[in-house]
Design a protein around this ligand. Structure first.
Ligand SMILES: Nc1ncnc2c1ncn2[C@@H]1O[C@H](COP(=O)(O)OP(=O)(O)OP(=O)(O)O)[C@@H](O)[C@H]1O
Length: 761
């Protein structure tokens, strides 16, 4: 025994020396990046070109420095030994020694792959995989997995240590934020992470199978492997709600990646803030793919269709353009297939010419010129043809003059108005007549009717996006402004640097400088990084898009997402058994085939790293009842507290939650209730944000999150709140990592009968 402990101490000691040395290399790399950054900012003046180059170099050094700072915690977490006895260290970043030999392998590099994929049956040349546990810069633990004991030295055999690193990681209390799992990525997850950038990858898996965490590591892997393409085009992560984005917000920065744009469907239309909710029936209709046709037809109704002849009264003249003529102009404008606001220019130009001719005709009529006969001047006696005499230049001048007349402008605007997406959609959804005229039969369009003042809903966002595509955006003004802003920014930076230099602040260190830069980034000034520019631009084409909780997206939302990624390089992450939205997915083929025609692949994750076996048994009952074609995942953890049901009024919740808190120690409690009970429950736990010990949520908000203990309130209400109530209950009971309590006032739903009700106070 003593012998074994000595060996362990020896092994820890030896690893400590290596780890300390690796941290030394990290410090050197940081000093170099700082010096390089300082040197770039120290350079004075120069041409604009030189300034631009300097800015690019400074960004690169600053990025490197940020990356080196991000990897401080757990720099090195693994070691793989092959039969030759050589050990390779795996860490969050790659490092080299003075002679440029690799001393730490980046977890994303091909050489690190054996660390993740070696198994007892297929060790891939490894004899041992070792996990190192660090606290600050100290090695505090070691886990070994041996693949070939025969080929290990005696010393190494004696020092074998083995609490599974994965289980240790899973046992930790939840902090309210998802952490990275670089040290314990499992083989099936590694396949997801390193799957090719090309095409669409669907990651289907039950709750807690690590879909989200694998997708985020995949983002970091893709950025590492295809840095050139993806830094230019950017990577977008779409999550289900802002709370979820906050929950996952620390994963990528901890992996040294800060340039990924994260958003939700509700935030995907710049300038629109969602403030209302749809009924399930309205959400269903808004998400129906036929809404694309509804929007297009509503727009067509706004394109040059007068009720009768167009008549404009101007200075006592009636300018008349026959309806037939207006319709022909409309046909011509539509034939060029430009977006509405651009085709408008064509229509307006032609219509003004028609009005100019109409004016000439009206003038002729008013003067009765055709009746004028001058005896000796037969030339002049010809009936005058003012309209026929107008040449192109006359028409143009007359058009310009007419365009200056408010009455003409009003008439033209009426026929082919310049529209914003907001106006088109708001007017569509609040007009019985328009909806009635444009909706295809079978679509429950009356569910859409709302007042013109109603707030925007999540379901409106894809409709607005659809409208924006059809309307087109004249972004020339924006591009000119961006160019101007970029010039101003370069000048401001030069000024800031000169100020820093003259005041000597620059010499105090790069972080002072970085602060100045950060301030500038926060300004209204120009966006500098790809991520900044992409996030502000609705029409940005991303290099890769990751969609999480993808089963919730409606067909209309998919159309919007697909526009953001013309190359169709996507990671689609979800679980068809958890679909809560009435407009959500029932099968991946149904969702993706309209865009990808079968060109997508699926990876399945089957192991649940979150929910203990005992709780998963309850969840499996729910799944069997409501989605019998879906299989629950297999839990790796067992021995959790038995899940329970408690019958009691809501007033008893604070006491019960306090009990749960005491039982889990450092961790966090999530109180997940039906929509109907949410207001009352959140009044009991008012300051529940993600970092608080207790947070009250609806099922929709809890999607994708996890807590040490979960209290599900009003299961019957959850089941009844929408046509997907069964799936909602499945989501609610799969959020716990350790303890599950179901609180009910009435009878416990049959599907939860496995839970014995504890008390009836
Ligand atoms: N390889 C791993 N090592 C350590 N922890 C892991 C690993 N894989 C997953 N986990 C942990 O398991 C939990 C569930 O992961 P995650 O949230 O990614 O699952 P999910 O499939 O997205 O779940 P849901 O469908 O419920 O949203 C997280 O705490 C995650 O950190």
């Amino acid at each position: 025994m003593a012998n074994r402990q000595d060996s362990l101490a020896e092994a820890l000691d030896s690893e400590q020396r290596t780890v300390a040395w690796l941290y030394g290399r990290l410090d050197v790399a940081r000093e170099r990046a700082q010096a390089a950054l300082r040197e770039v900012y120290g350079r004075a003046g120069g041409t604009r070109q030189a300034m631009v180059e300097r800015e690019a170099m400074a960004s690169e050094h600053a990025r490197r420095l940020a990356q080196l700072n991000a990897v401080e915690r757990g720099l090195c977490f693994g070691r793989i030994d092959d039969a030759s006895g050589a050990g390779t260290y795996v860490g969050r970043i790659g490092l080299r020694d003075e002679s440029h030999e690799s001393v730490l392998i980046d977890w994303r590099a091909p050489a690190a792959r054996p660390f993740y994929v070696a198994t007892a049956t297929d060790p891939g040349g490894l004899v041992r995989r070792r996990h190192l546990h660090l606290k600050d810069r100290m090695v505090v633990g070691i886990d070994d997995e041996v693949f070939d004991l025969e080929r290990m030295s005696d010393g190494d055999r004696r020092s074998l240590v083995g609490e599974a690193a994965l289980l240790a990681a899973l046992r930790r209390s939840r902090t309210g934020r998802m952490g990275d799992v670089v040290a314990t990525i499992q083989t099936e997850q590694d396949r997801v992470i390193r799957s090719s950038l090309q095409g669409a990858l669907v990651v289907q898996g039950g709750p807690g199978t690590g879909k989200t965490v694998a997708a985020l590591h995949r983002a970091a892997y893709l950025l590492y492997t295809h840095r050139d393409t993806l830094e230019r085009r950017g990577v977008l992560v779409v999550g289900p709600n802002p709370m979820f984005l906050r929950y996952i917000s620390q994963v990528l920065p901890a992996l040294g990646e800060t340039q990924v744009v994260m958003t939700t469907v509700e935030e995907m239309f710049p300038g629109v803030r969602v403030s209302a909710a749809d009924t399930p029936a309205a959400a269903m209709v808004k998400g129906d793919v036929r809404m694309a046709e509804v929007v297009a037809r509503a727009l067509e109704l706004r394109q040059g269709v007068p009720q009768g002849d167009l008549v404009v009264e101007l200075d006592g003249l009636s300018l008349r353009v026959p309806r037939e003529r207006c319709l022909r102009l409309r046909e011509r404008a539509q034939a060029v297939r430009l977006p509405h606001n651009m085709a408008r220019k064509l229509y307006v130009t032609e219509l003004l010419k028609e009005l100019a001719k109409a004016e000439a005709r009206a003038l002729e009529e008013s003067l009765h010129i055709e009746e004028l006969v001058i005896e000796d001047e037969p030339e002049l006696s010809q009936p005058l043809d003012l309209e026929g005499d107008l040449d192109e230049l006359d028409l143009e001048l007359a058009s310009q003059r007419l365009w200056g007349e408010p009455v003409v402008r009003r008439a033209v605007d009426e026929l082919w108005p310049e529209l914003t997406p907001q106006r088109l959609i708001s007017e569509l959804l609040s007009s019985f007549d328009t909806l009635w005229a444009v909706a295809p039969s079978g679509l429950e369009w009356h569910e859409l009717l709302r007042s013109p003042e109603a707030g925007w809903t999540v379901g409106d966002v894809p409709l607005l996006d659809e409208a924006a595509e059809l309307l087109g955006e004249d972004d020339s003004a924006r591009r000119v402004a961006a160019r101007r802003a970029s010039r101003e920014q370069a000048e401001q930076e030069l000024y800031a640097r000169e100020v820093l230099q003259t005041t000597g602040v620059l010499e105090e260190g790069v972080f002072d400088r970085a602060d100045v830069l950060a301030e500038r980034h926060a300004d209204d000034g120009p966006a500098l990084t790809t991520a900044d520019r992409a996030a502000a631009d609705r029409t940005w084409a991303y290099g890769h898009v990751i969609v999480d909780e993808a089963q919730e997206l409606s067909p209309m939302a998919w159309r919007m997402i697909m526009r953001r990624v013309p190359a169709k390089s996507l990671t689609v992450v979800g679980d068809l058994a958890q679909t809560g939205s009435a407009a959500g997915a029932r099968s991946w083929g149904e969702v993706l085939d309209p865009f990808l025609a079968g060109r997508w692949r699926v990876e399945r994750l089957l192991v649940n790293y979150r929910t203990p076996v005992e709780i998963m048994a309850v969840a499996a009952d729910v799944l069997r009842a409501f989605a019998p074609d879906q299989d629950p995942p297999e839990s790796v953890r067992e021995g959790g507290a038995p899940p329970r049901a408690v019958r009691m009024p809501l007033s008893g919740l604070p006491g019960l939650v306090a009990e749960e808190l005491a039982l889990i120690g450092e961790g966090r409690v999530g109180v997940v209730s039906s929509d109907a009970r949410h207001a009352a429950v959140s009044a009991l736990f008012p300051d529940g944000d993600l970092d608080a010990p207790v947070v009250a949520l609806t099922v929709g908000q809890a999607k994708g999150l996890e807590f040490d203990a979960v209290v599900v309130v009003d299961p019957a209400g959850i089941l009844g709140q929408s046509p997907m109530g069964g799936q909602d209950l499945y989501v609610a009971v799969t959020r716990a990592t350790r303890r599950l309590t179901v609180v009910h006032e009435g009878d416990l739903p049959e599907v939860l009968s496995r839970l014995a009700t504890e008390s009836t106070t």
